[in-house]
Write a protein that binds this ligand. Structure first.
Ligand code: PRP
Length: 181
């Protein structure tokens, strides 16, 4: 396949991701099934899209989902300020939110989005992420549902990009150093 010359190794196969998504979906179903209202899944564009598509197949609830697109402000890395490029169309007031991410890295993005949604009146905000890279964490955030913990390697595929490429790969792989250095 076209990308193979640039991929050092496959970290997670499509099968492994499907299997784990099924487990996470079951767990989420269990945790929310007795609540009065089903949770609103809020997926952060664009990386979370393939994971969202797989995960929702396995959550047995009357779900809704919506999207946000946020970017960190350039040059203000430590403050965790974000710019909202696309906001939600759904009101979050009184809603139980589950944020859907492809990866939690420094944690700044998700931390700031959580704060913003709680400030707007969300009843609760939890985080589900396909990948967690705790070794890079800077913000005080711990995802509630984690697909896989990964080392500090440059991962691409299943939504994760390098310069907008590799998002469509059906697996998560590690990019060869020479491709991004
Ligand atoms: C990536 C990823 C997370 C964020 C994680 O998004 O999807 O949203 O970075 O990094 P952090 O934990 O250090 O904040 P990116 O801004 O690259 O956008 P994308 O989803 O469109 O690739």
């Amino acid at each position: 396949m076209w990308e193979q010359k640039n991929i050092k190794k496959i970290l997670l196969t499509e099968e492994q991701i499907k299997e784990r998504s099924k487990e996470l979906g079951k767990q989420i179903t269990e945790d929310y099934k007795d609540k009065e209202k089903s949770p609103l899944l809020v997926a952060l564009l664009r990386g979370s899209v393939p994971f969202l598509a797989e995960l929702i197949k396995h959550i047995d609830l009357d779900l809704q989902y919506d999207f946000m697109d946020v970017k960190s402000y350039a040059g203000t890395e430590s403050t965790g300020d974000i710019r909202i490029l696309k906001d939600l169309d759904t009101s979050v007031k009184g809603m139980d939110i589950i944020l859907v991410e492809d990866i939690v890295d420094t944690g700044r993005t998700i931390h700031t989005v959580c704060r913003t949604l709680l400030h707007k009146g969300a009843a609760s905000v939890k985080i589900v992420t396909l990948l967690d890279k705790p070794s890079r964490r800077e913000a005080d955030v711990k995802p509630d549902y984690i697909g896989f913990e990964v080392e500090n390697e440059f991962v691409v595929g299943y939504g994760l990009d390098f310069d907008q490429h590799y998002r469509t790969l059906p697996y998560v792989g590690v990019l060869k150093d020479e491709c991004y250095q």
